[in-house]
Design a binder for this molecule. Structure first.
Ligand code: ATP
Length: 290
């Protein structure tokens, strides 16, 4: 095989709790992760000459050592002593600095894709061990689907698929850095913790209402407090009958869950009309083939 094209799916957090800030500065998390049908596309092509050549459709996104795609390819070359080089094109659609793990999922696609392209036969477990060197969310993105993620994100428990519904995604026109949010979170004095165990139970029972009831994200205490647009988007989503509207990850992306596609489309139009976000997607959960 010389060439491979594959999709890299974005995630939302149906639940996100921060247990504590560790001595080393990392935060201990408990999150329910879910891939959505919004993806970047990567094209991987072997070349004879050594070296990584990367291109991307987004001006301003570096295509060198600073890109997680480049870093991951380099790690694969070193780890498996691969011959020749690789050409990678990244077609980005996932909003950036958005709380949707855009960079991590691109990195994960490189690990999965190079494993296939070079017919390495490496297990997912081993790919995850390599992936965590690139970023805490990379192991989850390597497997995708519905999962409980613990530790700094590297301890994964797979869950059955969350029941399907319509997912409206809106990324306001400003970026939020994950680092900023964690630095401003007072993790050790949070007064409320989402019930992540109840959500995992509801997922195991195939109970979407049970999931919706306990959806919460403690990072809203930082990002939503700073940016009122997040509350405004949530309100529009709720006015259009969202079962629940919440920020994903460290934000600023907001997503709403709907029974009806018509309601989701109505909210999408209103969000655009009121200039609350330009990047708006009516999507659904994405379940990889197991
Ligand atoms: P997370 O949900 O994991 O916090 P995010 O959505 O907040 O992720 P990303 O879109 O992954 O953030 O990227 C944040 C920064 O990482 C970008 O501003 C960019 O400079 C850098 N970056 C490196 N590689 C990539 C990539 N392949 N795609 C997007 N951003 C990348």
């Amino acid at each position: 095989m010389n060439r491979l094209e594959l999709n890299a799916y974005a995630k939302v957090n149906l639940g996100l709790d921060v247990l504590r800030r560790r001595e080393d500065g990392y935060h201990e998390l408990r999150m329910i992760m879910q891939t959505v049908d919004l993806f970047d596309t990567l094209t991987l092509e072997k070349k004879e000459e050594a070296g990584i050549e990367m291109t991307c459709n987004i001006e301003g996104l570096p295509c060198d050592e600073r890109n997680l795609v480049y870093k991951s390819a380099k790690l694969m070359f070193e780890e498996y002593k691969l011959p020749g080089g690789i050409r990678i094109h990244l077609e980005k659609r996932i909003p950036m600095a958005a709380g949707m793990a855009g960079g991590s999922t691109d990195a994960a696609a490189v690990f999965n894709g190079m494993n296939e392209l070079y017919e390495l036969g490496v297990t997912k477990e081993r790919l995850c061990e390599l992936g965590v060197k690139i970023g805490a969310d990379v192991p989850y993105c390597i497997v995708g689907g519905t999962a409980l993620s613990e530790g700094i994100g590297e301890v994964l428990t797979m869950l059955p698929n969350v029941p399907d519904c319509v997912v409206l995604i809106a990324k306001p026109d400003f970026d939020v850095s994950t680092k900023y949010v964690f630095e401003n979170l007072h993790a050790n004095s949070l007064t409320y913790h989402p019930d992540i165990d109840a959500m995992a139970e509801a997922i195991r029972a195939g109970d979407l209402q049970g999931v919706v009831k306990v959806m919460d994200n403690v990072l809203e205490t930082v990002t939503e407090t700073k940016y009122t647009e997040i509350t405004e988007i949530k309100n529009v989503m709720k006015e259009h009958n969202a079962m629940r509207a919440m920020m994903s990850g460290s934000g600023p992306t907001v997503f709403g869950l709907y029974k009806s596609e018509e309601d989701a489309k109505g909210a999408a139009e209103e969000i655009k009309k009121r200039n609350l976000a330009k990047q708006v997607f009516v999507s659904s959960f994405y379940h990889p083939i197991k």
